[in-house]
Write a protein that binds this ligand. Structure first.
Ligand SMILES: Nc1nc2c(ncn2[C@@H]2O[C@H](COP(=O)(O)OP(=O)(O)O)[C@@H](O)[C@H]2O)c(=O)[nH]1
Ligand SMILES: [Mg+2]
Length: 225
C-alpha cells in the first residue's frame, strides 16, 4: 500500500538514549511537529483510539502515525486505509521503542507536512516505559477488562505518562473494575496525570480526549487552540 513505509530497526546505545531523545524534541519544536507516544498492553485499544482520534482531529491537524511491532504491518494497513501516512517500524524481537528507532522513522518523513505524529509503541506495560522516545508527551491506555490493579503491578508506566486513557468503559458494568480504586492508585504514583474515560466502541469520552490533545498540540506548535 503506497501510504505505508516499512523500516527494520535495532536498539540504540542505552547511555545515549536520553541525549538523543532531547535532540529529537528540539528538532520537533523547531519543525512545529507534536509527537505523542502511546503505550499500552496488546488489545487495550491503541489502534482503535488512534483511528478515533484521527477521525476527530483530521480537519484541524495534519496527522501521521508511526507503528511499532515485533512483526507484521496490520496496524499500519488500518491507518493507511483511512488515508493517513503510516511508517511501520519492525523491531525484530525488541519489546519497546527507543529514541534511535523513532529517529529512523522520523528521518523518512517530511516533518513540515505534519502537526501531529502518533507513535503506537510495542504492546506491553513494562519495557516501553523505560525508554524516552523523544516524544513531546506520553500517553497510556488501560482498558477495563485488564483490571484496576495494574498501577500496583506496573507502576513505572503510570509514573512516566502525562495522560491515562481508561478505554472500554462499555465493559464497566460487566466487570468488578473499581474506577475510584484505580484513580487512588494512580494518583499516589503520579498526582499530575490526567485521567480520561473513553470507549472506542461507543465513542464515549473521545471528544474530551481529542480536545485535550488538540490543546496540547496547539500549545506546542503555536497558533490558536
Ligand atoms: N468493547 C470494546 N472493544 C474495544 C474498544 N476499543 C477497542 N476494542 C476492541 O479491542 C480489540 C483490540 O483493539 P486494538 O485497537 O487492535 O488494540 P491494540 O492491540 O492495543 O492496538 C479490537 O477487537 C477492538 O475492536 C472499546 O472501547 N470497547
Ligand atoms: Mg494495535
Amino acid at each position: 500500500m503506497e501510504n505505508i513505509r516499512l523500516i527494520e530497526v535495532k536498539e540504540g546505545i542505552l547511555s545515549e538514549n536520553g541525549k538523543l531523545a532531547d535532540e529529537l524534541r528540539k528538532q520537533l519544536a523547531k519543525e512545529k511537529t507534536f509527537l505523542l507516544n502511546l503505550m499500552a498492553s496488546p488489545g487495550s485499544g491503541k489502534t482503535s483510539l488512534i483511528l478515533k482520534t484521527i477521525d476527530a482531529l483530521k480537519d484541524d491537524l495534519r496527522i501521521a502515525v508511526i507503528e511499532a511491532d515485533i512483526d507484521s504491518i496490520v496496524d499500519s494497513e488500518k491507518v493507511a486505509a483511512v488515508g493517513i501516512p503510516a511508517v511501520q517500524l519492525r523491531t525484530g524481537g525488541f519489546c519497546h521503542l527507543d529514541a534511535s528507532m523513532v529517529k529512523k522513522g522520523l528521518d523518512t518523513m517530511d516533518l513540515n507536512a505534519f502537526d501531529l505524529i502518533f507513535i503506537e509503541n510495542v504492546g506491553n506495560l513494562v519495557c516501553p516505559a523505560e525508554f524516552d522516545t523523544g516524544a513531546v508527551k506520553n500517553a497510556m491506555i488501560l482498558s477495563v477488562p485488564e483490571g484496576d490493579d495494574k498501577p500496583l503491578k506496573y507502576p513505572l508506566m503510570f509514573t512516566v505518562c502525562d495522560v491515562l486513557i481508561v478505554n472500554k468503559m462499555d465493559f464497566l458494568e460487566l466487570t468488578d473494575f473499581d474506577m475510584q480504586k484505580l484513580r487512588e492508585r494512580v494518583m499516589i504514583l503520579n498526582p499530575e496525570i490526567r485521567i480520561i474515560e473513553v470507549s472506542c466502541r461507543t465513542g464515549h469520552g473521545i471528544d474530551i480526549w481529542a480536545d485535550w490533545l488538540r490543546n496540547e498540540v496547539k500549545a506546542f506548535i503555536g497558533g490558536p487552540a
